[in-house]
Design a protein around this ligand. Structure first.
Ligand SMILES: [Fe+2]
Length: 206
């Protein structure tokens, strides 16, 4: 547990929640996704007056419900322009599992309610409830531009450049906070550099 704390910057309680969530994060790229989403959330928390004690548990737990959704629905729901309602099932399951985990660590009841409300609509609800919610929604999306990008190029029937272009086109529609838009644009630039590396005949194969 110590190593995780150092790597992700989580406090003791947050690390414990992450440990309990891990068994439910072994589908898709969800463990890396949750970690990366937490990293973005910490950056946004440094810029806004929001509640870390709500944002970070919501971020860790928001996708645990994918562990209970069929592979077929998961695949359909994961496409960039997928019907939002396809994601509804994992939200409902994430709330159930999330509640159990938060109870197990004895989390503050008032915060649990807000955390679960955020998880409940993190994909299907278009409007946001609070700055806490906006940070969760934006951080969730940011991972697609960052650590989960190469995973999705393997999962989706798209070339890296096509996925980068699609994601770039979603920036204004998806993100709520201006800093999130900037971070997304910076990540797209990075991914394009990585693509160039791959096509550079003089580069050393990784
Ligand atoms: Fe997510």
């Amino acid at each position: 547990m110590g190593k995780d704390t150092v790597r992700t910057g989580l406090n003791r309680t947050e690390s414990r929640i992450f440990q309990l969530a891990k068994p439910y994060l072994q589908v898709r790229d969800n463990e890396l996704h949750a970690q990366n989403a937490v990293e973005f959330a910490l950056k946004l928390l440094a810029l806004y007056e929001a509640e870390r004690a709500v944002v970070i548990p919501a971020m860790i737990l928001h996708d645990v419900g994918w562990s209970r959704v069929s592979e077929e629905i998961t695949r359909e729901a994961s496409r960039p322009h997928a019907d939002r309602q396809l994601a509804r099932m994992h939200e409902v399951e994430s709330v159930k599992i999330g509640r159990e985990i938060l109870e197990e660590v004895g989390y503050d009841g008032a915060r649990v309610a807000e955390i679960l409300a955020i998880i409940d609509g993190h994909d299907s609800r278009a409007e946001t409830l609070s700055i806490n919610d906006r940070i969760v929604k934006d951080s969730d999306k940011l991972t697609r531009y960052a650590k989960n990008f190469w995973f999705w190029t393997r999962q989706l029937p798209m070339e890296p450049e096509e996925l980068a272009g699609t994601l770039e086109g979603m920036i204004d529609q998806w993100f709520f906070l201006p800093e999130s838009k900037e971070m997304a644009r910076a990540e797209v630039i990075q991914r394009r550099l990585e693509m160039d590396d791959r096509h550079d005949p003089y580069s050393v194969p990784k």
